[in-house]
Design a protein around this ligand. Structure first.
Ligand SMILES: Cc1ncc(COP(=O)(O)O)c(C=O)c1O
Length: 462
């Protein structure tokens, strides 16, 4: 017998009233016995709807899948006991302690707490003053912003969720980069929205295959997602490429979700623009936040910048975003209280130093792995990642990138994320925020792992 069964009674039957407050019984006009409780009539016996407990997760819960977890949880990650583990897989710049945020950022937060002004609820879209601060920070003549054009959210992740929600109905589709950040698909699929993956081209520094992207658009395409700079590629699109993307969106009247969480995290010499600053007619919702550039992902502060063009969004999309923001009351108020000071007082030197560290680590990694036969790293231009192609035919003892990265852990205690997690097999992603000595050591070990002589001798030991 199912032990969830509650002895023949429905779990939702009312508790016996034990006489207290029950003042009488009677027959109502519909023939059902009623009891009078404190002057109100209630059915004497509620018709049972369920005979057994049956509590199941919702369809949305069942359809929520994080591909990174699905792949990593299925891997056998047993490091070589003789070598300390080096994880190049975690997209959190704070894990090794080598990239602290700036003192000005910390001070802003301490001041916000000490002021006791930010302990209550804020408006669901954020305090006006904090929204104004974000607007001022990102406003430029080509893409001006006012406080009303900013919605504060719980991390960039919530910003992305709100934007997908405001643009799409179940059955619609969105265009998503491949390889790309997995959250887009995780969110969309759970909402019944279809995902169409458009290709990025490693041989063209991960530019979009525009023809492929355009071929995917149909009458139910409600949003184009562009990630620039990119996770997982570390690529930064040139102005001309961004203009071509806008041209396709304009031709087919598809609004854009610009994921610009890595905006301004661009190596010197690589020009970058925000999509909105180049758009004359395509309406754009740009998603960003404090997580990466200010190195505080745990503070969960994100935003949506509304760049309407020709009043295409109008009040409806704005109202839609406001309504959706009311589902949860947005971003942490203490961080909102610190936001103006964070944006205005963080010294340029902090941003420069972070970028210079990321560039230096990327160069170490790229230069080292470029000389390893069978590996094809692609030099990034920004963000915190570097993708490495694996010529699988040179490694016949490995099935795929998952097998390759699993064995890299077993033999060398170096963990890189297989790019199958980004729907892009035969590559792996390296996070370049680790301390320099770890990056150097990891590259030496990856070389050792890939050397055919080393491989054969290891296989003989198996
Ligand atoms: C491309 C991209 N977008 C959005 C996010 C989410 O940012 P947040 O931590 O602010 O939610 C990340 C985090 O890694 C990311 O890589």
């Amino acid at each position: 017998m199912n032990d969830k069964r509650v002895h023949g009674k429905s779990a939702i039957q009312p508790k016996p009233l034990n006489g207290t407050g029950v003042t009488g019984k009677g027959m109502h006009g519909n023939g059902i016995h009623h009891v009078n409780v404190n002057g109100s009539l209630y059915p004497a016996k509620v018709k049972s709807r369920r005979q057994m407990w049956d509590v199941q997760p919702s369809e949305m819960a069942n359809n929520t899948l994080n591909p990174i977890r699905a792949i990593v949880d299925g891997m056998k990650l047993t490091p070589n006991p003789d070598k300390p583990m080096i994880a190049l897989s975690i997209g959190d710049p704070t894990v090794f302690g080598n990239l602290p945020t700036d003192d000005a950022v910390l001070q802003a937060m301490k001041d916000a707490i000490d002021s006791q002004k930010f302990n209550g609820y804020a408006p669901s879209v954020g305090y006006l003053q904090s929204r104004q601060a974000v607007a001022n920070f990102y406003s430029c003549p080509e893409a001006p912003l006012q406080a009303e054009d900013v919605i504060l959210t719980s991390g960039c992740s919530q910003a992305i969720e709100l934007v997908i929600n405001v643009f799409c109905n179940p059955g619609d589709n969105i265009l998503v980069p491949c390889p790309g950040f997995s959250l887009y698909k995780t969110l969309a699929v759970s909402m019944g929205i279809k995902v169409k993956l458009y290709n990025l081209l490693p041989e063209k520094s991960w530019e979009i295959d525009l023809q492929h992207m355009e071929s995917l658009i149909d009458e139910r395409t409600s949003c184009l997602i562009v990630t620039n700079p990119s996770n997982p590629c570390g690529s930064v699109f040139k102005k001309e490429h961004l203009q071509k993307i806008l041209k396709v969106a304009s031709k087919h009247c598809v609004p854009i979700l610009a994921d610009e969480i890595y905006s301004d995290m661009v190596f010197p010499g690589c020009n970058s623009s925000s999509l909105a600053s180049l758009s004359s007619d395509v309406p754009i919702l740009s998603c960003g936040g404090l997580a990466k550039r200010w190195l505080v992902p745990g503070w969960r502060m994100g935003w949506i910048l509304i760049h309407d063009r020709n009043n295409i969004f109008g009040s409806e999309i704005r109202q839609g975003l406001v309504k959706l923001s009311q589902r949860i009351l947005g971003a942490c108020t203490v961080v909102q209280g610190a936001l103006e000071s964070i944006l205005n007082n963080t010294p340029e030197r902090f941003y420069r130093d972070t970028i210079s560290f990321l560039q230096s680590n990327s160069e170490i990694c790229f230069n080292e792995l470029s000389t390893v036969p069978g590996l094809n790293p692609v030099m990034p231009s920004g963000a915190m990642y570097l993708m490495v192609g694996i010529e699988m035919e040179r490694f016949p003892d490995f099935k795929d990138d998952v097998d390759f990265t699993e064995r890299l852990v077993t033999e060398q205690s170096v963990f890189c994320l297989p790019a199958s997690a980004f729907e892009y097999p035969n590559f792996f992603r390296i996070v370049v925020t680790v301390p320099e000595e770890m990056m150097v050591e990891a590259c030496i070990r990856i070389r050792e792992f890939c050397q055919p002589v080393m491989r054969r001798s290891w296989d003989q030991c198996d």
